[in-house]
Design a protein around this ligand. Structure first.
Ligand code: HEM
Length: 505
């Protein structure tokens, strides 16, 4: 294919005819007849990507806010080639010609997405190895069995907050909370987890007028943690990061903790909300889970194909003149890593409704040197949390019409605003129950997940609860609804006490 002779950087803006403002329905295109990735046409980004694919193929010219030209990479293999070729493409935005020349202003609305920072996401070569090595070294100390146990307990605590009400918003009361609760524990600041930090993270990502204060709230918590771990080491991620032979400075530690907390929080919250929405609204999905043809981890993987938690990464930048997907890319050009359109490339998915079971080659976690190092943690939170939620509330059903669901979307991600559900009210459970020192049980066929069907107050079959918690979880147990406050106080047995000491309770 002969490269298209489109150039992002050579055009003199003075040559352009007057450009109608974005939003003018009579002029959906920007300067040079290029489509805008913002404004009315971009309200359905998925449809816009398909239009661009039909018009240009695997790599298309677009305009981002302020009509700044970029390439969007739509092809699966072209995206993989870009992220896996550090000699040709970098994440270091200081090489972006339009930024160097001042065409992109520091107050550009998407600056938070591309502004260079001294963290591994933007680093290259030896510096990238040093910073990322410290992060992956600290991650390698995580005990996944203990992590899953913690996720399960955190899920039970969250469900306890609303289970006796018979209704909940699974975004605001579950998906937005679970990753933050787990990441605060992983980092070693479980005491910082509360509604305020969840609110601060969400507020910061929304970019509201209080976003700066919210960011400061999180930075302050991470600064306190870094200082504490220098003098009081513990068996946690932050201590391992502090003690890593790469010898990160306090600023580097704080900034990497922030990266991890926010990246993990946002992506995993989106993933959980996306999977739960599909379970509640797609009868095909639900039937496969109910019938045991699909496990929760497989449902999560399918969601990573269909609705990747980060839909695009802004950006990658060309280090030299090159060619990608039939387009001539100039040194200094900016490219949007198109995760969502790459996952829908007809060359890898000729039928998008077909199941991708067993195929993990989606782009949701990126690829190449910057491939997400936290993907196993993200998967563990989503798999275990969703599984445990469905076990507690097997009869959840959507409490609004599917068409009423709303999202907040940006070029980088799409966040479900609310997921209202109803279920039969049930009493809270004891979350200090004995941890299961055994692998997760196999998928159970007994779920009753329905948007309008039968309701049940019975716990789902097949989950081998310890006898005492099984009795507590049965609302019809003769002692009546058991609530934490009403439990007869018994001195825990020796085994319980040893375990509580071991868990640091
Ligand atoms: C479902 C959950 C998650 C998704 C979908 C996700 C996705 C991604 C993606 C797409 C990238 C960027 C790749 C690139 O720049 O080309 C990334 C980078 C990163 N992620 Fe995740 N992530 C998730 C969870 C996590 C978690 C739980 C952690 C930490 C515990 C984490 C830590 C990081 C870090 C440190 C980077 C930067 C790596 C580098 O630049 O070398 N992520 N992630």
């Amino acid at each position: 294919m002969t490269p298209e002779s489109h150039s992002l950087t050579d055009r003199d803006p003075a040559d352009d005819a007057p450009v109608p403002p974005p939003g003018c329905p009579a002029h959906p295109l920007g300067p040079g007849g290029v489509r805008r990735l913002y404004g009315p046409e971009a309200e359905d980004l998925g449809a816009l990507y398909e239009k661009l694919r039909a018009e240009h193929g695997a790599v298309a010219p677009v305009l981002i806010h302020d009509d700044v030209p970029m390439w969007v990479v739509l092809g699966h293999s072209e995206n993989l080639h870009m992220v896996r070729s550090p000699s040709q493409f970098t994440r270091d935005s200081r090489t972006w010609e339009l930024l160097r020349s001042g065409r992109v202003k520091p107050d550009h609305p998407l600056t938070p997405h591309f502004a260079w920072q001294p963290i591994c996401s933007y680093a290259e070569g030896d510096e990238h190895l040093r910073l990322r090595g410290a992060v992956t070294g600290a991650m390698s100390t995580i005990d996944y069995r203990g992590l899953r146990r913690y996720i399960n307990r955190a899920t039970q605590s969250l469900v306890n907050r609303f289970c006796d009400e018979g209704r909940a918003d699974l975004v605001g009361q579950f998906a937005d909370h679970l990753p933050m609760a787990v990441m605060c524990e992983v980092l070693g600041m479980a005491d910082e987890y509360n509604d305020r930090i969840v609110h601060a993270a969400r507020d910061m990502l929304k970019g509201t007028e209080t976003a700066i204060a919210s960011n400061q709230y999180i930075v302050d918590a991470l600064t306190r943690l870094t200082t504490r771990r220098r003098t009081q080491p513990e068996e946690d991620f932050t201590t391992h990061l502090v003690n890593h032979p790469a010898r990160l400075t306090d600023d580097e530690i704080r900034e990497h903790l922030r990266l991890i907390l926010i990246a993990a929080y946002e992506a995993t919250a989106n993933l959980i909300a996306n999977v739960l929405r599909v379970i509640l609204t797609d009868p095909r999905f639900r039937a496969q889970l109910n019938g045991g043809q699909m496990t929760v981890p497989e449902a999560v993987e399918q969601s990573l194909w269909d609705e990747p938690p980060f839909s695009g990464i802004l950006g990658y930048f060309a280090k030299q003149d090159t060619e990608l997907g039939g387009q001539r890319i100039r040194k200094g050009d900016g490219l949007l890593f198109g995760i969502a359109p790459g996952n829908l490339d007809p060359r890898v998915r000729p039928d998008v409704s077909a199941s991708m079971q067993g195929n993990r080659s989606h782009l949701a976690f990126g690829g190449g040197p910057h491939e997400c190092p936290g993907q196993d943690i993200g998967r563990a939170i989503a798999d275990t949390g969703i599984d445990a939620l469905l076990m507690r509330l097997p009869d959840i059903r959507l409490d609004c019409a599917e068409e009423e669901l709303r999202w907040t979307a940006s070029i980088a991600s799409r966040h479900l605003a609310e997921l209202p559900v109803r279920f039969e009210p049930r009493p809270p459970q004891d979350v200090t129950q004995r941890p299961a020192l055994r692998p997760l049980p196999a998928q159970r066929p007994g779920w009753l997940i329905t948007t309008d069907g039968p309701k049940t107050t019975e716990p789902a079959a097949g989950w081998p609860l310890p006898p005492e918690s099984a009795a507590r979880s049965t609302p019809t147990a003769s002692a009546g609804p058991s609530q934490p406050g009403r439990e007869p106080h018994r001195r825990p047995g020796l085994w319980q006490r040893v375990l509580r000491w071991w868990r640091g309770e």
